[in-house]
Write a protein of this length. Structure first.
Length: 241
């Protein structure tokens, strides 16, 4: 009998925000590199480690074709800047069947080039801000659906739950509590993810232990509660599915 632990499915989650002056009026070049070079590289070089599909999202209310509008808009007191006090404009999620295998230093993920002549200065890590990490799926609700969905993210810890003084609340409790972070139609599917490790040059600081991911029907309205640091991202492009 094998003593190897059972694989645990999870995600590589990547937050990004272009910062190079060349992207002040257009993100076309950044997104062309991301969609046509970077993600295909990861899905090719990381396939043996479980990277076979990816989903990119843009922050709700943000138009990738007109980033200048977002830059000129005033930031309100209720503007959610999480994690790392950043207003992340893009989200990428890579589902993997074995998060332990996918996050190993020798994973094919880390063989994907981060330099390309298409980018100003050539270096991806210098033209944008990034926050990357691996997350294990520890709780799920609702049934799988083949539908294209937007996502609502709610970071949560057991210490957030009023009156809950037991460390490490049960996943179903945390997932149910995260649903208080927004109002609107019930999600198509919900998952609770647990942070396991940072990736690339991220350090994992300032991140809550859990992240609830609620998939919702496109073109539906929700009322987000900024005190929960709730953010909605709209599906931008999918790969490998």
């Amino acid at each position: 009998m094998s003593n190897q632990p059972a694989p645990k499915k999870g995600y590589l989650i990547v937050f990004s925000r272009p910062t190079h002056p060349a992207f002040s009026t257009s993100h076309d070049l950044f997104n062309t590199w991301y969609n046509e070079v970077h993600i295909p590289d990861i899905l090719s070089l990381g396939r043996a480690d479980g990277f076979t599909s990816a989903f990119r999202y843009a922050r709700a209310g943000f138009d990738p074709s007109n980033p200048a509008a977002a830059a000129s808009s005033s930031t309100t007191a209720n503007e959610v800047t999480y994690p790392k006090d950043e207003k992340w404009l893009y989200l990428a999620m890579y589902p993997v069947p074995d998060v332990g295998k996918a996050s190993r230093p020798e994973s094919g993920l880390y063989k994907a080039p981060l330099e390309h002549e298409m980018l100003p200065g050539g270096k991806a890590m210098e033209v944008a801000k990034w926050e990357l990490g691996f997350w294990e799926v520890v709780g799920e609700g609702e049934s799988d659906s083949p539908k294209d969905t937007d996502v609502i993210l709610v970071p949560v810890d057991s210490s957030d739950i009023p009156g809950y003084d037991v460390p490490g609340a049960h996943p179903s409790t945390l997932l149910a509590y995260s649903r208080k972070g927004w109002e609107g139609p019930d999600p198509v599917r919900s998952r609770l993810l647990k942070f396991t490790a940072p990736a690339f040059n991220s350090d994992g600081t300032g991140i809550k232990q859990y992240l609830a991911v609620h998939e919702v029907e496109p073109n539906t309205e929700q009322t987000l509660k900024p005190e929960f640091k709730t953010v909605k991202y709209k599906l931008y492009k999918k790969f490998g599915v």
